[in-house]
Design a protein around this ligand. Structure first.
Ligand code: G3H
Length: 496
């Protein structure tokens, strides 16, 4: 058990003695009352006053762009981040263990999450040396010489998601600070404790007030922070509903930059020309990696009616091969779900589909034991069902038969989401005809492969309610800064 009694604010580890928030693992243990989620620790619940003090520390460290951090050279900021990363690597074992226990991610995927984050930091450092040629000099027309810079934006409120509590938090946090912004950072509700071993490294590697943390109930502390008007950038990986509510609270919303990764209902389109073996492999990965709890997961599959029977049969077989178990077990891919209400919600979606004429086609599909839910393939799904539009964010694969490619295209046009789509077809002409109508509905079209964020150098964004701003190594550096320049008119005195 880890009982966190400290949080980082204004360069100090503030000792906190208030009421603690209990952290329950999705991993269940047998108790006198039956199977129950295991208590693995506690963390502080900051008061509104404490949260505001942390925000004020970030404001003071930024000091209207005149603070030590925003005026520090890029090379010196990089050195701080490198030092932090070395210290972070020393904490790898404990952080990985906490990812497993807090959100139920398999050991292999928790290690991947950690390693990917470290690689991301180093890739960011490399990209920064070159982004828009920071501080390059070039001659413009009319004898004016410009020194181009990337300047920070101010104070960033950073909130990451539970499904990649380390990695996706850091894909915003690292670019935000490396560009010279100061930061207030709230770890996700599920996935909080794993940041605790890193607090000391933040304290030791950055000037005071550059990185500040707040803990506790987002809905009681975050609204006040937004309403203060002191936040310049809101970055959130989460729901569009929350993002919209928070943005509205800012008194000068037109001055707020929002960098958001939000809802998605990514579709796969499987045509009669698809290689079904490969399609099924990619569908299983796309729909069920980390139990379907990825914003990029495939959340609906459109299959041409002529091949639907064969596709469902192969999909059922592939799903039955997946290993179901505890995060530390070797080869496990389906693990307990961290959100306590999720099993009941998924059951509601499946029941609704059945009531409207669909079936669960795979053995044990949807079977639930406390936080474990066995994946369900649901077929045939239609527009009357919740699974047609709602983002299930869990191990359920809704399959929709279609006769005409206009059906999935129209689905995407009508959707409030616009992140990615996957097309499965080996017919080059067919694929070529699909790309234009699809790319104008989403931000990435994947051909014969699942939807995903990586490789991390690719821009990551979405249309409609799916995103605002662009993330990824290079784009995030741009998102957390403004391109500015010092322009000097050449005259006889300065020409040389
Ligand atoms: O949950 C949203 C993440 O951006 C998904 O990332 O595609 O690398 O799993 P991923």
């Amino acid at each position: 058990e880890i009982n966190q009694r400290e949080y980082l604010s204004n360069g100090e580890m503030k000792q906190w003695d208030g009421k603690a928030h209990p952290v329950y693992s999705p991993v269940c243990v047998q108790t006198a009352n039956g199977l129950e989620r295991k208590l693995i620790g506690t963390y502080p619940i900051c008061t509104e006053k404490e949260a505001m003090e942390s925000l004020d520390a970030a404001v003071a460290a930024y000091n209207n762009g005149r603070g030590e951090w925003p005026t520090m050279s890029v090379a010196d900021r990089i050195a701080c981040v490198e030092q932090f990363t070395r210290k972070m690597l020393e904490q790898k074992d404990i952080v990985v263990k906490l990812i497993m226990w807090e959100i139920g991610k398999s050991h292999a995927d928790s290690v991947k999450e950690f390693d990917r984050t470290v690689e991301y930091i180093y890739a960011t450092i490399d990209a920064l040396k070159d982004v828009d040629r920071v501080s390059s000099r070039f001659e413009m027309e009319q004898g004016i010489v410009a020194q181009v810079r990337r300047s920070p934006l101010g104070v960033v409120l950073c909130m990451g998601p539970f499904n990649y509590p380390l990695n996706e938090t850091f894909t915003t946090l690292i670019p935000a600070i490396i560009m010279g912004n100061t930061l207030l950072f709230k770890p996700p509700k599920h996935g909080t404790l794993l940041h605790y071993p890193l607090l000391k490294a933040f304290q030791e590697c950055f000037p005071k007030g550059v990185v500040n943390t707040i803990y506790g109930r987002g809905n009681s502390i975050v609204p006040g922070l937004m309403a203060s008007g002191k936040i310049n950038v809101l970055t959130l990986i989460g729901s569009s509903k929350v993002a919209n509510e928070l943005k509205k609270l800012h008194p000068k919303v037109n001055r707020l930059r929002a960098i958001l990764g939000l809802d998605a209902k990514n579709a796969a389109i499987v045509t009669p020309h698809a290689d079904l073996k490969l399609t099924v492999q990619e569908t299983v990965l796309g729909a069920l990696s980390f139990n379907g709890q990825r914003c990029t997961a495939l959340k609906i599959v459109f299959v041409h009616r002529s091949i639907a029977g064969q596709f469902i049969q192969l999909l059922n077989e592939a799903v039955s091969q997946l290993k179901f178990g505890m995060p530390w077990e070797a080869g496990v891919s389906l693990t307990p779900l961290p959100e306590p209400g999720k099993p009941a919600y998924l059951k509601e979606c499946i029941d609704d589909a059945i009531a409207n004429g669909a079936q669960v086609t795979n053995e044990n599909g949807g079977a639930t034991v406390e936080s474990l839910v066995f994946p369900a393939v649901v077929y045939p799904v239609n527009e009357k069902m919740k699974l047609y539009r709602e983002e299930q964010f869990g191990p359920v694969i809704p399959v929709v038969p279609f006769d005409d490619l206009e059906t999935p295209i129209q689905y995407l046009i009508d959707s409030t989401h616009g992140q990615q789509v996957s097309v499965f077809s080996n017919n080059k002409e067919e694929v070529a005809l699909l790309i234009d109508p699809l790319i104008n509905q989403v931000s990435r079209v994947n051909i014969n492969c699942q939807c995903q964020r990586g490789p991390d150098v690719f821009p990551f964004t979405g249309r409609k309610d799916s995103a605002e701003g662009t993330l990824s190594v290079v784009d995030a550096l741009r998102s957390f800064s403004i391109r500015s320049l010092v322009a000097t008119k050449l005259n006889d005195a300065n020409k040389k």
